[in-house]
Design a protein around this ligand. Sequence first.
Ligand code: FAD
Length: 254
Amino acid sequence: MTEVTERFTPPTRFAVPGRIAVGEQAAAVWQPATITEVRRETPLAATFRLAVPGWVGHLPGQHLMLRLTAADGYVAQRHYSIASAPDDSGHIELTLDHVEGGEVSGWFHTVARPGDTVEVRGPVSGFFAWPGDRPALLVGAGSGVVPLMSMVRHHRARGLDVPLRLLVSARGPEELIYAREYGAETTPVFTRRAPQGVPVGRMAAAHVAPLLAEQPPGGWEAYVCGSNGFAEHASRLLVAAGQPVDRIRIERFG
Ligand SMILES: Cc1cc2nc3c(=O)[nH]c(=O)nc-3n(C[C@H](O)[C@H](O)[C@H](O)COP(=O)(O)OP(=O)(O)OC[C@H]3O[C@@H](n4cnc5c(N)ncnc54)[C@H](O)[C@@H]3O)c2cc1C
């Protein structure tokens, strides 16, 4: 799959058709972000709502840089997708998996409390952004659903009628992030445990084919997000089902 994914690495910032321009200034400036709320999503994932008074806004699918600075000056910096839809609340939401032994996710899950302040920079990267103007076929696994959920929320909040479908993979129902929020646009796939009557297994051609059979006017723009392995598997399925390679955007968390 490297031959597929490598096509999506833009050689220069604005060389890829459909790439969204990123505000250079917002992407360059660190600003304080204060945790205002923590919501548990699954046993391993939680959503952190942050007040960011200087936030310039984002498009669904974009991510930010986040940094923690320890009292001795040690700095840890990571990328996180923005889970919330764009709005003018002065807040954004991130959803973090608790990675075992993870420096930054460990701090969020075991130390962070409302009132704590971190620093963010962004939004960065317009490649995975969805402006809401084209039919969107979203395929994610685990916390890879986070930027896709921003798109689903945007679609709902704006009452958009452009077609949008979400195919999301999780190990079991209890690990399905945002489970309560999904509607008719979503098909969950369970790889280890499933509710009675629902098959267990890896995402397969049978999940992708009915979505591609729909073919809305102008065709689908596919957005794939998850681990390296998942991104390769899912984009192979899409290509095999007829999705054009140059209309698959991939974000890898690995
Ligand atoms: C564009 C982008 C967007 C991202 N968005 C999100 C998001 O919305 N939510 C989210 O939870 N994460 C997201 N990530 C992953 C995130 O940046 C961190 O890698 C993750 O939180 C782990 O950081 P850490 O400091 O906790 O672990 P580290 O201290 O960096 O790593 C600890 C150990 O865990 C391993 N490890 C690191 N990352 C992972 C992982 N993702 N899965 C399994 N093992 C891992 C490392 O190899 C190491 O052994 C995103 C990554 C990218 C590149």
